[in-house]
Design a binder for this molecule. Structure first.
Ligand SMILES: [Zn+2]
Length: 76
């Protein structure tokens, strides 16, 4: 009886460890491919919304193109 109890405890522990490992791995695999490239950011110069993958980052502000990054933040 004692051996069966230990076996059940080991199975529960293994299932818990596997579930925890899967839960930890899933967000890391999802974020870079799905969310990051689709996320829209606002250009500080003209207000256009390019995907994050195409945006330029300059002096802490986001721009739609290299040219607008050079011009700096717009009047708004
Ligand atoms: Zn722009």
């Amino acid at each position: 009886m004692g051996r069966l109890l230990i076996l059940i405890l080991l199975i529960v522990l293994a299932a818990w460890l596997v579930r925890r490992a899967l839960r930890r791995a899933a967000p890391q695999a999802d974020v870079p491919s799905a969310q990051k490239s689709d996320e829209l950011v606002r250009c500080a110069q003209c207000g256009v919304l390019p995907p994050r993958a195409e945006a330029r980052l300059s002096a802490g502000a986001i721009y739609c193109s290299e040219e607008h990054a050079r011009l700096g933040p717009g009047p708004r």
